[in-house]
Design a protein around this ligand. Sequence first.
Ligand code: ADP
Ligand code: 5GP
Length: 226
Amino acid sequence: MTASPSSGSMSDFQRVPMARRGVMLVISSPSGAGKGTLSRLLLDTDRDITLSISVTTRDRRPSEVDGVHYTFIKPSHFHAMREGGELLEWAEVHGNLYATPRPPVEQALASGRDVLFDIDWQGAAQLREKMPTDVVSIFILPPTMAELKARLMRRAEDAADVIEKRLRNARTEIQQWPNFDYIVVNDDLQGAFADLQSILRAERKRRERIAAGTESFVAGLLDQPI
Ligand code: ADP
Ligand code: 5GP
């Protein structure tokens, strides 16, 4: 009879969990392409990743909860946070101010958790410049412009003039794709989500991210008799 993989020779040597640096997963897209939906799916199914909750000066949508989707603040508060160095990045998008507060991100990364950022291309560029080895960026494209418009209308959370403005800005935003590490076309939602999961899964195994953990793991391996 052969021994089961979990019995016998390994018993004196406990497997050491391998520590790794957290991934800063940045997801950007033109408004309505589906990054919010994809982000939610990931947050609901992957317990190792946590959302960076942005602050914004835009009005809350009916479906949004303050402190869950965004922290909604007044422009004066936003400016005070910016002057106080509390923001990791910030940008004006579609006429409103958005930013990533620094402390929660630093805490999450320090405790080995991955952090998800649903931010625009300007914010993505700032994070990439500040933390080039930690950031993994994904750009989500809609299958067609007609479908992008249809999704913004179906979402039915923005006024008609707001939707018009976002569609006009979509052309400039779409042209930012060459600055991202990965490009996913969100046609079939489940297919796009599977792509997202695969990217994160592979990035978690990148050598640079697990180098310190691998060093101690390998030292332990080499201590074991054959
Ligand atoms: P974003 O966060 O990029 O602005 P959302 O995630 O809010 O976009 O998606 C916009 C709308 O499109 C939502 O109503 C969402 O349910 C819908 N949607 C997202 N992905 C798909 C898809 N693959 N197929 C059809 N509808 C989608
Ligand atoms: P919405 O108003 O649809 O929630 O977001 C509008 C745009 O602002 C989206 O492209 C979204 O990704 C971006 N955004 C949301 N939070 C932030 C943030 O903290 N920083 C930056 N730079 N963009 C953000």
